[in-house]
Design a protein around this ligand. Structure first.
Ligand SMILES: [Mg+2]
Length: 142
């Protein structure tokens, strides 16, 4: 079983970092989709099966919070596992985002935190898929 993952962030550098951690996480990856804002993300979700979405909050066109509201309202994606990856530090806003049934990883993140959250959200146990790559051994330092 492989997981199709959608990474939504207006920074391509951040998308690259997240995708690198995904590749090193031990999660068996299927297709990896990228979007630069919520609107593009919704379009990809409309046209493809996605098992996990990592979503930035502050983005142009449509922000992550608005996108997540749409995702939860739509029957096909209502239960999509979502990890919000954001610099958002306003606790009221973080709390309101958390109530949309998402996990929250703060930027800047360590690869290990993101990896643990990805495995937790997908229900894949640590070491279940032992790839040749290991973050502990040769992980990037963000
Ligand atoms: Mg952003």
């Amino acid at each position: 079983m492989a997981f199709n993952v959608l990474v939504i962030d207006d920074s391509w550098v951040m998308r690259s970092m997240i995708i690198r951690v995904l590749h090193l996480s031990g999660l068996p990856l299927g297709q990896v989709f990228e979007a630069a804002n919520g609107r593009e993300g919704l379009q990809i979700l409309d046209e493809n099966w996605v098992d996990l979405a990592l979503v930035d909050i502050n983005m142009p066109v449509m922000n992550g919070e608005e996108m997540i509201e749409e995702v939860r309202k739509t029957k096909a994606t209502a239960d999509l596992p979502i990890i919000v990856v954001s610099t958002e530090s306003n606790m009221d806003r973080v709390e309101s985002i958390r109530q949309k049934n998402v996990q929250f990883v703060h930027k800047p993140f360590t690869p290990e935190i993101l990896r643990k959250t990805v495995l937790q959200v997908t229900g894949v146990s640590d070491g279940q898929f032992s790839g040749e790559n290991s973050l502990q051994k040769n992980g990037p330092d963000f």
